[in-house]
Design a protein around this ligand. Structure first.
Ligand code: AMP
Ligand code: MG
Length: 324
């Protein structure tokens, strides 16, 4: 494929991006979580091209991005709990896995043949602008090669997928910096499939109780035939270097990622703020990966396991897991 176009996040850039999507092309765009790799969710060939560009297994379904809750209701059935969650957190970093509405018109590849669909209404103004200009549902996994670190800047997208996709809209760094929280809603049962940019505490406040934990059954057994979400694959979000977690300080030769007060060097948040740490996580992992080299090791300071810290620790554990 020809070079990947870099589009400005203005009217002309959004119009060009929408035209590419309508023609079946792949366009990466910023959201508040990470950059997504967008395709027309109704177009089999476009969706197939997303799997090919990422090297993503076809059994791993995609999140469909829509402009608002009304567009989501056209695609899925909303149990009462889902309606409350959507009202509280959309637009925002929450994905809901819901029963697919018959005749929704989505490509079967988007849902990997499941009777459910994952939906999100992104808050980022560029994502909203693209959805408005395109006027349809956009399937968008993270815009990175499958299994690697998610992109939080346009340069990360180009480093991983440059030359394999039509365009990327450069909207600067992502404010949240972690993928969306994924909840499955079945009748009145809400299950956390992936911790993410919306803390479980906020969800519990709306539901009146914490979401149920996903069954870890196949999660650590290698490659389950059908993971319900990528967080259930033991190795994911992986740099080339190894990771050593909960480290007090780097050993000689190790790259370092700190959190809060401690050894000098790169730090997720010198002040110990979890939102700042989340926004910096993937950029610092990339820099540490370059510093460590493929046979090297990255030592990472402990991060408190509450609020956004749970999603940060989830990503760090997956990044540290043995590779397939
Ligand atoms: P990504 O877009 O790369 O952050 O990944 C999105 C994740 O959402 C996928 O890996 C899926 O496993 C999950 N997902 C998408 N659709 C469904 C679905 N119908 N049921 C369960 N999980 C889903
Ligand atoms: Mg991903």
């Amino acid at each position: 494929m020809a070079d990947t176009l870099v589009l400005a996040p203005d009217r002309a850039g959004l119009a060009a991006a929408a035209r590419l999507l309508a023609a079946g092309g792949l366009v990466a765009f910023p959201t508040e979580t990470v950059y997504g790799l967008g395709a027309d969710a109704r177009n089999d060939r476009a969706v197939a091209a997303v799997f090919a560009a990422k090297g993503r297994p076809r059994f791993n379904p995609l999140i469909v991005h829509v402009a608002d809750a009304a567009a989501a209701v056209a695609l899925a059935v909303f149990p009462a709990a889902a309606g409350r969650l959507a009202a509280a957190f959309w637009p925002g970093p929450l994905t809901l896995v819901l029963p697919l509405r018959p005749g929704a018109g989505l490509s079967g590849l988007v849902t990997a043949g499941l009777p459910t669909v994952a939906l999100r209404v992104p808050a980022h103004p560029v994502a909203q602008g693209l959805l408005a200009a395109f006027g349809g549902p956009v399937a968008a996994p993270s815009a990175n090669p499958s299994g690697r670190i998610s992109p939080t800047r346009a340069a990360h997208v180009l480093a991983g997928l440059g030359g394999r996709i039509a365009a990327v809209i450069d909207g600067g760094p992502c404010a949240v910096g972690l993928e969306s929280t994924i909840l499955a809603v079945e009748a009145d049962r809400v299950t956390l499939l992936r911790p993410g940019g919306l803390p479980a505490e906020a969800i519990a406040a709306v539901l009146g109780h914490p979401p149920a934990a996903a069954s870890p059954a196949a999660a650590d057994a290698g490659a389950p035939a059908r993971p319900q979400a990528p967080g259930q694959l033991a190795s994911h979000y992986a740099p080339a270097a190894r990771l050593r977690l909960d480290a007090a300080a780097p050993r000689p030769g190790e790259a370092w990622i700190g959190f809060g007060p401690g050894p000098a060097g790169p730090n997720l948040s010198p002040a110990g703020e979890l939102a700042e740490a989340a926004a910096n996580l993937f950029q610092l992992l990339r820099e540490a990966d370059d510093a460590a080299g493929p046979d090297g090791c990255i030592a990472v300071a402990p991060v408190p396991d509450k609020g956004l810290g749970r999603a940060i620790n989830d990503r760090l554990r997956r990044a540290a897991a043995p590779r397939p």
